[in-house]
Design a protein around this ligand. Structure first.
Ligand code: PBG
Length: 329
């Protein structure tokens, strides 16, 4: 082929590189995770997530305005629950006046077009820090799926547009979908965390919400009996196909960077939109290296985010959403 083909011709300068570039990022690619806390006037930085904050409802409003003005039109809500409201069954998760339900209403009342997605899992509400109910040292599946369906329904009743179950119980998409249909919530979407791995990259998130599994006898110290083994690939396809069959509108791969192979494979297999979650540990890694002056923050951020899109992501949940939109404009 050489010298008839010289691939470097198309790399000669930025103009021609731009002309042949295959992948772009826009604000529409992003889903912005937000952490909500009780209180007033609170905007507290999360120690292991520099420049990322927990917000009280009044500060959440300000954040929503800022996001909307940046054309970031979709958020994914998480709440930090006070210890005295936690129990094994996650009772507080069903409180129609709970923090999550109030956060949804707050956003929907004053910015109805903002797409509100909510995390559906028990861990922030669980006294044991598990995504499900613990019985005899095990995380029970079917009872958990029932509670999660009620939890999702209560988010839908508060006005959530899309529910995002992140727990990895079997059958939870079906029980949630049935609960929504029974109550007439035909338009409520489900974005399933379908291929969610038992990952050590979630550490900073668990700091943010104080939701790590507790260190107690009789309680599993990790989430390996429900989240997937990171050595597995075919299992990710099986999980994802099942979630689609059970009624998921969007599927997700999580974490992101260490799972680009899975992301591409799922994108090739399925015909629903595929999301990826660039998780808290991925954010923390880059922030830490950039703080030390070891990596160029913006350049590496862009390279990582483009990699998700190139690997097939239709939606990217990322703590860098604001940073990257600022960089692009
Ligand atoms: C809750 C949940 C977790 C994350 C999203 N939803 C933590 C976990 O499963 O332990 C992690 C997100 C992140 O690390 O950014 N089930």
């Amino acid at each position: 082929m050489f010298p008839l083909r010289r691939n470097r011709r198309l790399r000669t300068n930025e103009s021609i590189r731009a002309l042949v570039r295959e992948t772009y990022l826009t604000p529409n690619d992003f889903l912005v995770p937000l952490f909500v806390v009780e209180g007033q006037g609170i905007k507290e930085e999360i120690p292991s997530m520099p420049n990322y904050y927990r917000l009280s409802l009044d500060m959440l409003k300000k954040e929503i305005v800022e996001l909307w003005n940046m054309e970031l039109k979709a958020v994914l809500l998480f709440v930090k629950v006070p210890d005295n409201l936690k129990d094994n069954k996650g009772t507080e998760a069903l409180n129609p006046e709970g923090l999550m339900q109030r956060a949804i209403k707050t956003i929907k009342e004053f910015c109805p077009e903002m797409l509100v997605m909510t995390d559906v899992a028990l861990d922030p509400y669980s006294s044991y820090g598990h995504d499900g109910i613990v019985q005899n040292g095990k995380i029970v599946n079917d009872d958990t799926a029932e509670v999660l369906a009620e939890m999702g329904l209560s988010h839908a009743q508060a006005g959530a547009d899309v529910l995002a179950p992140s727990d990895m119980m079997d059958g939870r998409i079906l029980s949630l979908r049935e609960a929504l249909e029974d109550e007439g919530f035909f338009d409520t979407g489900i974005m399933s965390y379908s291929a969610k791995y038992a990952s050590s990259f979630y550490g900073p998130f668990r700091d943010a919400l104080d939701s790590a599994p507790v260190d107690m006898q009789e309680v599993p110290k990790d989430k390996k009996t429900y989240q997937m083994d990171f050595a597995n690939r075919f299992e990710a396809i099986r999980e994802t196909e099942m979630d689609i069959d059970e009624g998921a509108d969007i599927v997700m791969v999580k974490p992101g960077l260490a799972y680009l192979d899975i992301l591409r494979e799922i994108k090739n297999e399925v015909d629903v939109p595929v999301a990826v979650y660039q998780v808290s540990g991925e954010y923390a890694m880059l922030k830490a290296a950039a703080e030390k002056g070891w990596l160029d923050h913006d350049a590496v951020m862009l390279e990582q985010l483009i990699a998700f899109k190139r690997a097939g992501a239709d939606i990217i949940a990322s703590y860098f959403a604001k940073d990257v939109v600022r960089l692009l404009s």
